[in-house]
Design a protein around this ligand. Structure first.
Ligand SMILES: [Zn+2]
Ligand SMILES: [Zn+2]
Length: 470
């Protein structure tokens, strides 16, 4: 089961079934507790404990057996629901114990289900949640059930056999919130497959399942939005979140000197005829960073950027979107289908060149952010060494502010942290001022430098610094 499904499952099943801490009979007259946890033997009921009496004391095994027999005989209430047993219940589990039981039971249940339907193992998260939810209510062998000599669920069987999630959505019986959720989840899964999106992500963010969030470089939680203002235009939150990180990554790699050059963002209906509607909504972005090395960096950051050329009828630029962006126009979605099939999104259906396949942008964001944070530490350490060399033997540790100022005063510092011959003008000064162009980030950089200085001082004599190369 994908981690996103496991994380969403307790809230999901609690929303539809409720969490019952007492014993009750299910519709098949089997003793049950928690969120559908079968305890249809005295031994099973005892193992599910500890059980507690209304006065808060723990029940003995004998008391658990007595309660189990009482509930087992109370068949008159079974036609209602588990809640009908609440008033007369004499023993209860703690909510923590119920959560533990759900986790254990779900693991066993999922193993039984996947053994019968291995297709679920590779299915997108949304299909896994819908399949688990269906089976949870109908039994993990529900697709093996027969009515007379015919399958009880012929259409669902056919859909799962073919891994056809559109058909699975159509085969969901009934109406109401839970049925609607199952249909929606299966339809999401069909989209995820068609567009080549990340199957690990649970795309359904309708309650009760919690949305997945991405944390920035130590910043506030990310909230997905279809349309946001960004650098003088409009785009979606995927671009607004990811592109500045790509910028930091390219600075770190020495692939740009200041910023990414944006030629076109989104929500630009009819703006550029050559774009064929791909920029009518979010996701798609045109930029000036299209060298092979820059395309490689985009891909490492989870972007589908491809170099568009005069030979293809364009002026030189790169066009692409953050992979997994759900905010794209119909024209862009057809390109996403091409991307999933390894073709370039043009009428020629040429093959994609360069790094392929790539991570979903959110996955890439997490990986690259960690590298950038490490790089900032390296920059801070180098800067600290230079500051220490420039200062007289320090009588006291300089303040973060003094150090930051000293770094910014170090003009013409040779480029000591990239070997990229095309990028010799990147210095600690430009790297620090660009990476930390906002005041909070600048302060953060200064604090990192201060820590680095303290470490160096604690380490003993000032280390030798390479001779300045003017
Ligand atoms: Zn474009
Ligand atoms: Zn987006």
């Amino acid at each position: 089961m994908r981690a996103s499904v496991a994380a969403a499952w307790p809230a999901h099943v609690d929303h539809y079934e409720g969490t019952l801490t007492w014993m009750y009979l299910d519709t098949k007259l089997k003793v049950t507790t928690g969120v559908g946890n079968l305890i249809d033997s005295i031994a099973a009921a005892q193992a599910a404990g500890p059980w507690f009496k209304p006065d808060g004391t723990q029940a003995t095994d004998a008391e658990v057996a007595t309660e189990w027999k009482r509930v087992k005989a109370l068949t008159s209430l079974a036609k209602q629901s588990g809640w009908a047993y609440r008033t007369s219940a004499r023993l209860n589990l703690t909510p923590t114990r119920v959560a533990e039981l759900l986790s254990t039971t779900t693991d066993r249940f999922w193993a039984e289900l996947v053994q019968r339907w291995p297709v679920l193992d590779a299915a997108p998260a949304d299909a896994q949640l819908a399949g688990l939810d269906l089976a949870w209510q109908n039994g993990y062998a529900f697709l093996e059930l027969k009515t007379g000599t015919s399958w009880t669920w012929p259409n669902m069987r056919a859909a799962w056999t073919a891994a056809d999630w559109t058909k699975a959505a159509a085969a969901v019986p009934g109406t109401g919130e839970r049925a609607d959720a199952r249909k929606r989840l299966f339809r999401n899964a069909a989209q995820v497959v068609a567009l080549g999106l990340d199957r690990n992500v649970l795309w359904d963010t309708t309650t009760p399942t919690a949305p997945t969030t991405v944390l920035a470089l130590g910043e506030e939680p990310y909230v997905a939005q279809a349309k946001v203002a960004f650098r003088g235009g409009w785009t979606c939150s995927c671009v607004a979140k990811s592109l500045p990180m790509v910028e930091n990554y390219m600075l770190m790699k020495g692939l740009i000197q200041f910023n990414i050059d944006i030629f076109q963002l989104g929500y630009n209906g009819g703006g550029v005829a050559a774009s064929a509607g791909t920029h009518d909504a979010g996701g798609c972005t045109d930029v000036g960073q299209y060298s092979d090395a820059q395309i490689q960096a985009w891909r490492e950051c989870g972007w589908t950027m491809q170099h568009r050329t005069p030979a293809q009828g364009f002026s030189h630029h790169a066009h692409g979107w953050p992979l997994g962006c759900p905010h794209m126009s119909a024209g862009a979605r057809s390109q996403a289908t091409q991307w999933a099939n390894g073709t370039n999104g043009l009428a020629s259906y040429g093959r994609i060149t360069g790094k392929y396949p790539i991570d979903n942008w959110q996955t890439a964001y997490t990986k690259r952010s960690a590298e950038i944070m490490g790089f900032k530490d390296d920059v801070a350490e180098l800067a600290a060494k230079k500051v220490l060399a420039a200062l007289p033997a320090p009588a006291k540790v300089p303040t973060a502010k003094e150090i930051a100022q000293a770094v910014l005063n170090l003009d013409e510092v040779p480029n000591t942290f990239t070997s990229n011959a095309d990028n010799k003008s990147v210095s600690p000064k430009t790297a620090l001022s660009t990476l930390g162009s906002e005041s909070q980030a600048m302060l953060d950089a200064a604090k990192r430098i201060e820590s680095a200085v303290q470490l160096l001082i604690a380490a003993g004599p000032t280390p030798p610094v390479a001779a300045t190369q003017k």
